[in-house]
Design a protein around this ligand. Structure first.
Ligand code: GRF
Length: 210
């Protein structure tokens, strides 16, 4: 059975675009049922509409609290019977209750080699620290921000010529490879989270630094 996916975005949606293109190209057993944004102007919404994927905007200003927003979000995800939730540049912090409800079915991509550089502004911080390597990480989401068990990482080299923008470009390029790969694994039934441990083909993944 095809796996029903939701992709949550707040902005450009280049990762969403990469996933849209990878599904038919790589024979990924998934269907993006809905793309949801907390920003009406998110370019990713147009990218989805362009290929006839349903979209939804949930307006944070209509909710009194994070809990109420997340309840509305959960209602929508239930409506679409989603089996995997893909955070792709979704800039809202989700409540613990929401995260725990979707444990093992909620993944995120973060622009750093976690556990280094959690949080925002990673490219500039990597430059400021004079790091030789930077990269991206896909992980299962847990309540603690950017701290979930790592599924897949890839590094890029930082050169003396690199700027914030050039690093962002390099990281985006690898994100567009590793995120579809993880979705492929998950939808093929190869990937799971058991007792906070990532299993691929029933073996513990050994790139987990947490
Ligand atoms: C990516 O760098 C991702 O790692 C981070 O947000 C950015 C989203 O980019 N979580 P895009 O909207 O997919 O282009």
């Amino acid at each position: 059975m095809t796996v029903a996916i939701a992709v949550l975005i707040s902005g450009n949606g280049s990762n969403l675009q990469a996933i849209i293109e990878a599904i038919p190209r790589d024979n990924i057993n998934a269907r993006i049922e809905v793309v949801i944004s907390d920003q009406l102007a998110a370019k990713g919404l147009q990218r989805a509409q362009h290929v006839n994927i349903s979209t939804a905007f949930i307006d944070p200003s209509e909710y009194q609290s994070r809990a109420e927003f997340d309840t509305a979000l959960q209602g929508l995800l239930d409506e679409y019977a989603v089996q995997l939730i893909v955070l792709a540049g979704f800039m809202r912090i989700l409540t613990d209750k929401f995260v725990l409800h979707y444990s093992g079915r909620l993944i995120n991509i973060h622009p750093s080699l976690l556990p280094k550089y959690r949080g925002l502004n990673t490219h500039q911080r990597v430059l400021d620290e004079g790091e030789k390597y930077h990269g991206a990480s896909v992980h299962f989401v847990v309540p603690e921000l950017d701290a979930g068990p790592i599924i897949l990482q890839q590094s890029v080299e930082v050169t003396a010529q690199d700027t914030r923008d050039s690093l962002q470009n390099k990281v985006h390029q690898i994100e567009h490879i590793i995120y579809p790969r993880v979705i492929h694994w998950f939808t093929a039934g190869r990937l799971s989270l058991e007792n906070n441990i990532v299993l691929l083909d029933e073996h513990k993944i050994n790139n987990n630094h947490n």
